[in-house]
Design a protein around this ligand. Structure first.
Ligand code: KDG
Ligand code: MG
Length: 403
């Protein structure tokens, strides 16, 4: 089953997405997501200039060999641009294989390990009261797990909180990076109050999550983990930047709050040490940025040996293609934890028809052969790329910090 054509489709229905479509001689095609928020055109060029020419004529059924060919063949290995490109190829090849077998992807992976996939929503408010209303709204929608983020008094712009009430949150909201100001002291004093308020109003049944978005030092993260212990979080996410995996050790030694990390990782080597040392509880690396199903299966299997579960990154900057493939993976993977759900704009959904469904706080996998997500190329062509950058953060004295 030879690959005879490949198209890199860049479209912006509500936000930017890069999609790879691989077409085989039998007419069966596969779709992969290659979106890297704020750096989309780097992946599009990598695919167009370096990957697509090498794919034409290759046997689409040789998924493992193609993964190794693209990974080892680049010589340089790893990195978010390379791995997102490989992720897209891999996702498209699994889509083709499952379509050729006449099976939904989860069947090819090994079949169902569960009937439905628990998902968490984002509840954000400009202040605690506002955030409580958002939690109430999401509980009403059926969610059993919510990520809670609120504005912090004295900090003007905060991660996760939309600029204006009722608006969707989109961090890549300006052509060049917007500058935000960060205060660790104000943040650390405020977060425990937020969780106290949520538990007081909603009790202890609801799963609560929180994303620190890489902003603390290990000892500050340890302090936050301890401070929120009475509120029994499902996880505390990205509490430190994790280039230095060992920083997780110190946090782990101080707190029983479960830790999740890995949305910016792209290789099994980025997370190996923290998994093997059991410094974390959930691994977040998504299919797109993590080199697709082929590498994520290895990461999940490694994690399963150390009681670490999956918690795939799933913001709107990963397309419905990534989400659809992730739901198949989640349905199969034995050590599943939770799936992030930040609903896409209806315009995005109209360009990417899909068969997954949300019901009662869970995703239900579809039965269409493949991963169940397509792209309407005619519709995609109506929304040209718009450059958008993620913000940068500075401390109050002007020092550049982690965003
Ligand atoms: O969804 C999350 O947990 C995120 O941290 C979202 C990131 O800010 C987003 O993917 C950046 O592009
Ligand atoms: Mg995050």
């Amino acid at each position: 089953m030879k690959i005879i054509d490949a198209r890199v489709i860049v479209t912006s229905p509500g936000r930017n997405f890069v999609t790879l479509k691989l077409i085989t001689e039998s007419g069966t095609y596969g779709i992969g997501d290659a979106t890297l928020n704020g750096r989309e055109m780097a992946v599009a060029a990598y695919l167009e200039e370096h990957v697509v020419p090498a794919l034409i004529g290759r046997d689409a059924s040789r998924i493992e060999d193609t993964w190794q060919y693209l990974y080892r063949g680049a010589y340089w290995r790893r990195g978010p641009v390379t791995m997102s490109a490989i992720g897209a190829v891999d996702m498209a090849l699994w889509d083709i294989k499952a379509k050729a077998a006449g099976m939904p992807l989860y069947q090819l992976l090994g079949g169902k390990s569960r009937e439905r996939v628990m998902t968490y929503a984002h509840c954000t408010g400009k202040d605690i009261d506002n955030c409580l209303e958002e939690v109430a709204r999401h509980v009403e929608l059926g969610y059993r797990a919510v990520r809670v983020q609120a504005g912090v008094p004295g900090i003007k712009t905060i991660y996760g909180v939309a600029k204006r009430e009722g608006e969707r949150y989109e961090p890549a909201d300006s052509e060049l990076p917007a500058e935000h100001v960060w205060s660790t002291k104000k943040y650390l004093n405020h977060v425990p109050q937020l969780f106290a308020a949520v538990r007081e109003r909603f009790g202890h049944e609801l799963h609560l999550l929180h994303d620190v978005h890489h902003r603390l030092t290990p000892i500050e993260a340890a302090r936050l983990g301890k401070a929120v212990e009475p509120y029994h979080l499902f996880w505390l996410e990205d509490c430190v930047p994790a280039e230095n995996q060992e920083s997780l050790r110190l946090i782990r030694e101080h707190t029983t709050t479960p830790l999740a990390i890995g949305e910016v990782f792209n290789s099994i080597h980025d997370c190996r040490e923290m998994i093997q040392n059991q410094w974390i509880d959930y691994i977040r690396t998504p299919l797109t940025h993590g080199g697709g199903i082929t590498q994520l299966r290895r990461i999940a299997d490694l994690a399963s040996l150390y009681h670490v579960r999956t918690g795939f990154h799933g913001p709107t900057d990963l397309s419905p293609v990534c989400l659809g493939a992730a739901i198949h993976f989640d349905t199969w993977v034995p050590n599943f934890g939770i799936q992030e759900h930040m609903p896409h704009d209806p315009l995005t959904d109209s360009v990417f028809p899909h068969d997954y469904r949300f019901e009662d706080g869970h995703f239900l996998v579809g039965e269409t052969p493949g991963h169940g997500v397509d792209i309407d190329e005619e519709a995609a062509a109506r929304y040209p790329f718009k450059r958008a950058s993620l913000p940068v953060n500075r401390l109050e004295d002007g020092t550049l910090w982690h965003w």
